[in-house]
Design a protein around this ligand. Structure first.
Ligand code: IPE
Ligand code: IPE
Ligand code: MG
Length: 249
């Protein structure tokens, strides 16, 4: 199959929503005699390429784990850099995202994030909210347990106000109070960097996702590696490219 044809097919059969735990930035830096922060900067550059590649492949939603609720425990200098990075990133990339019709969303607790970082993030959300292309959802100060806990508090509030009876609490109701309430669940969950952990990512949403782990450090995660993950997803889903050709998928 030639590349053009493959590209066309991929558009039809790529997963709708991919979530990526972007792990390995620190080790990438260290192994190159650089700082961990330089690794995070390199990761941010890779992010732009992966967003672009995902858009070209017809993926509708990309959720990127950028900072976990556990990452506050890291050395202050590193945390400070990770809080500075979104400011720098959006300053550089927002015009590109506007031009490419990319919509930015956030999953996580922004109330605990320094004001300058929060402002840069909310500006990106606000500015891109009418864009209709790929949705890039950054998980920032995100924790799966934290998300479920805050949803529980809100459900209990609904019960207290007599808007909901306990018997009426179902998956749909809980879903409405998750950070990702507007998004479908991920189909494919990728973790780079060699670790095979969930690290508190999308505990509720990934209930049915295909899990894919790769040893590549995130700064080295190119479009080809993303394609490998998608091919594996297709294989597990028994999606045959030739079935697609015959329009039977
Ligand atoms: C992931 O890379 C990025 C963030 C957690 C922000 P790491 O910083 O965890 O890199 P490693 O795992 O230490 O190499
Ligand atoms: C997960 O990676 C969080 C992000 C990529 C943002 P970590 O490196 O923080 O996770 P652990 O510490 O290996 O579980
Ligand atoms: Mg890590």
């Amino acid at each position: 199959m030639n590349n053009e044809r493959r590209k066309k097919l991929m558009k039809i059969i790529a997963p709708q929503h991919i979530a990526i735990t972007m792990d390995g930035n620190g080790r990438w830096g260290k192994e190159r005699g650089k700082t961990r922060s330089e690794g995070h900067y390199a990761g941010a550059q890779t992010m732009e390429h992966i967003i672009e590649a995902s858009r070209d492949l017809g993926i509708k939603i990309l959720t990127l784990y950028a900072f976990s609720s556990e990452n506050w425990k890291r050395p202050l200098e590193e945390v400070n850099y990770l809080m500075f990075l979104p400011i720098k990133f959006f300053k550089q990339k927002l015009p590109i995202f506007m031009k490419k019709n990319i919509r930015i969303m956030i999953s996580g607790d922004l109330t605990k994030v320094p004001k300058r970082t929060r402002n840069a993030i909310t500006k990106a959300i606000e500015k891109t909210k009418h864009n209709t292309g790929i949705i890039v959802n950054f998980a920032f100060n995100y924790g799966g347990r934290d998300e479920i806990l805050q949803a529980m508090r809100r459900v209990i509030q609904e019960v207290r106000e007599n808007k909901v009876h306990p018997e009426q609490i179902d998956e749909e109701l809980v879903q409405q109070f998750l950070y990702t309430s507007e998004l479908p669940d991920p189909d494919l969950f990728i973790r780079t960097g060699g670790e095979k952990r969930l690290s508190n990512f999308l505990l509720w949403q990934a209930a049915d996702a295909e899990l894919y782990f790769t040893d590549q450090y995130f700064p080295d995660f190119t479009k080809d590696f993303l394609l490998e993950a998608i091919y594996e997803w297709q294989r597990r889903k028994n999606i045959d490219q030739y079935d697609v050709l015959r329009n039977t998928v």
